[in-house]
Design a protein around this ligand. Structure first.
Ligand code: SF4
Length: 591
């Protein structure tokens, strides 16, 4: 029989705000004298999985915070439960298999068990094999994986021989907690004596004297990666190392992480949603699928290309499991009306600051279009937007019309109150029916509409910011790194939401991002920033997407090909036959 599980997300459960245990009071089984949902010892609702029935679902639908889940597990599930936190809590099935000397990529949606897996693999959490009444014991896990690579790894965990270095996903939180200058922090963590080397490689020379709390997202990411690399460990876990980094830095970080695997046969796990980067970094892949906050299942290990393609397909042939009822397909952009009127145009612009000088070609944006911007950080992308908005006066070039820009910043600050309260404060006068259906529902924000903003995950906060930006009245909607903390499925949804909004409202968008796949999907034209970061920037374009990507990749001396099965971009191995041929014919992006 197909197994069903019931889970209460304790972080979301708020019995005072829902009006004193609404689910307990309204549950038909409770009313009939049973105890399907009760008040738990932690003061939150507690569901009794054996009594509650999924045919009813009253509690699931009635909870204003979407805290109750009742779902069926896949009927062909062969993986074994590894850990369950409580009787009605999240369950993890199987574990990622660390492989000495290799980089294992992990691909999956947010909230389905990667931090639980990390805690078990690093010995911090003792697994209870899915029985929360039993004390956790690593020996049970060792027995379960007898005769496998995993057994060898777990024996080392037990003996205390695994030294972990962890780069967390939310690098912005490090900035809030850490104190002091970058150079002092690096000196403190440098257990390998390689700090000079890493500073040079990640181009951190000009931030060494800065306070950690003043760093930008990209600078903070490089510092977190450098600090992780410098630890004398043998198990390195990088959670979303590409966020906030420009394409150049992504490539450098990818090479650095790969070099760690070769050093002393280290074990490396990398979680990443930028598929081109994940593909380039990893040797093998394990897919993590399931339902956020309810259950997570780790698939068998696969070669990286096949693994990513199966993920996009939503079907795992080795396990005979369909985990998504649709395929993710790239290169299916909306056919745009190229005769649309120009919404605004800018002349050639120039701006000089004491230490920085930038020049931008004249350009236009049509109604309904999305202009993407890419290139290294520190070349003046924000200055360009501010010049368009009339906030910075150019030294050369007169803007005849000032445009109203709604701007989603890169750095996200959690507002006070709930998502609904924030939307009500700023989104007045919007066509609420269309907005609800095409933005809130598509981004899955209805499920968290009553949740407190301070409790949202990085990905949820990013989506709320995007919805808030689109709720403002403007001519141009500018998004700085909208893909940060967002998983593959939601990246495509965000791209579709932005495109649909611009077409319906006859406005236009500017999107700054560094995920090649996302840029390809969301954009109609591209501006490429070139130059020396922090010193001088020139801007080429607007170019077609293809010409724009060609310019960027030429700058990086990297070539991309298209995966024949899925149409996704893949980075060519430097010096490979394709790499040499594409460079010769000046086709850096696809053939
Ligand atoms: Fe209230 Fe929802 Fe918690 Fe039940 S699960 S007590 S309805 S917040």
């Amino acid at each position: 029989m197909q197994r069903r599980i019931a889970v209460i997300d304790k972080e979301k459960c708020n019995p005072i705000a829902c009006g004193d245990f609404l689910c307990i009071r309204m549950c038909p089984l409770n009313r009939a004298g049973k105890e399907a949902i009760v008040k738990g010892p932690d003061g939150k609702a507690q569901i009794n999985e054996d009594i509650a029935t999924d045919a009813c679902q009253v509690c699931v639908n009635i909870c204003p915070f979407g805290a109750i889940h009742m779902v069926k597990l896949p009927d062909k599930l062969t993986q074994r439960p590894i850990h369950r936190f409580g009787k009605d809590s999240f369950i993890l099935f199987n574990l990622p298999v660390p492989m000495p000397g290799k980089v294992v990529g992990i691909l999956g949606r947010n909230g389905i068990g990667k931090s639980t897996a990390l805690k078990i693999l690093s010995g911090v959490l003792k697994p209870n094999l899915g029985d929360p009444e039993k004390p956790g014991d690593i020996n049970d896990l060792i027995k379960m994986f007898k005769g496998t690579e995993m057994q060898k790894f777990l024996e080392k965990v037990k003996a205390g021989d695994i030294k972990v270095a962890y780069k967390p996903q939310a690098v912005d939180l490090i900035a809030k907690q850490a104190q002091g200058k970058v150079k002092d922090l690096l000196a403190k963590v440098d257990q390998k004596g390689k700090k000079e080397e890493i500073i040079k490689l990640l181009e951190m020379e000009n931030i060494l004297d800065r306070d950690v709390k003043d760093l930008s997202g990209g600078e903070m990411q490089r510092l977190a990666i450098a600090a992780t690399y410098l630890k004398d460990a043998n198990f390195y876990f990088f959670d979303e190392p590409a966020s906030f980094l420009d394409i150049t830095s992504r490539m450098k970080v990818a090479k650095l992480i790969r070099s760690l695997a070769e050093e002393n046969n280290n074990t490396i796990l990398v979680v990443e949603h930028d598929l081109a980067t994940l593909d380039y970094i990893s040797d093998e892949l394990q897919i993590l699928y399931g339902e956020a906050a309810v259950y997570g299942i780790v698939s068998q290990t696969k070669p990286i290309r096949r693994g990513i393609n199966e993920y996009l397909d939503g079907f795992l042939p080795d396990d005979n499991i369909r985990f998504r009822n649709y395929k993710i397909i790239f290169n299916k952009g909306i056919e745009k009306d190229t005769k649309q009127a120009i919404l605004f145009e800018w002349p050639e612009l120039e701006k000089k600051f004491p230490a920085f000088h930038m020049k931008v070609n004249a350009g236009t944006i049509r109604k309904g279009d999305v202009l993407t911007i890419t290139g290294s950080n520190g070349l003046g992308k924000t200055t360009f937007l501010k010049m368009l908005a009339g906030l910075i006066k150019p030294d050369k070039g007169i803007l005849t019309s000032k445009v109203k820009i709604a701007y989603k910043p890169q750095d996200l600050q959690a507002e006070s109150g709930t998502v609904k309260e924030w939307l009500d404060r700023v989104a007045k006068g919007q066509d609420s029916g269309w907005f609800k259906q095409n933005i809130l529902e598509k981004l899955n924000l209805q499920a968290i509409i009553n949740n407190n903003i301070s409790m949202l995950s990085g990905g949820e906060l990013q989506k709320v910011y995007i919805a808030i930006t689109l709720s403002l009245k403007a001519d141009v909607y500018a998004f700085d790194e909208p893909s940060a903390f967002i998983d593959v499925e939601d990246r495509l949804k965000i791209a579709e939401v932005i495109q649909d909004f611009m077409i319906k409202n006859e406005t236009c968008a500017i999107v700054v991002d560094h995920d090649v796949q996302f840029l390809e999907y969301v954009g109609d034209a591209m501006l490429v920033f070139k130059g020396i970061p922090g010193k001088e920037g020139t801007v080429i374009g607007p170019l077609s997407k293809k010409d724009g990507m060609n310019e960027v990749l030429k700058m990086l001396n990297v070539t991309y090909r298209m995966d024949k099965e899925t149409g996704r971009p893949r980075i060519n191995k430097p010096g490979s036959q394709l790499d040499i041929e594409q460079k010769k014919t000046n086709k850096y992006y696809y053939t």
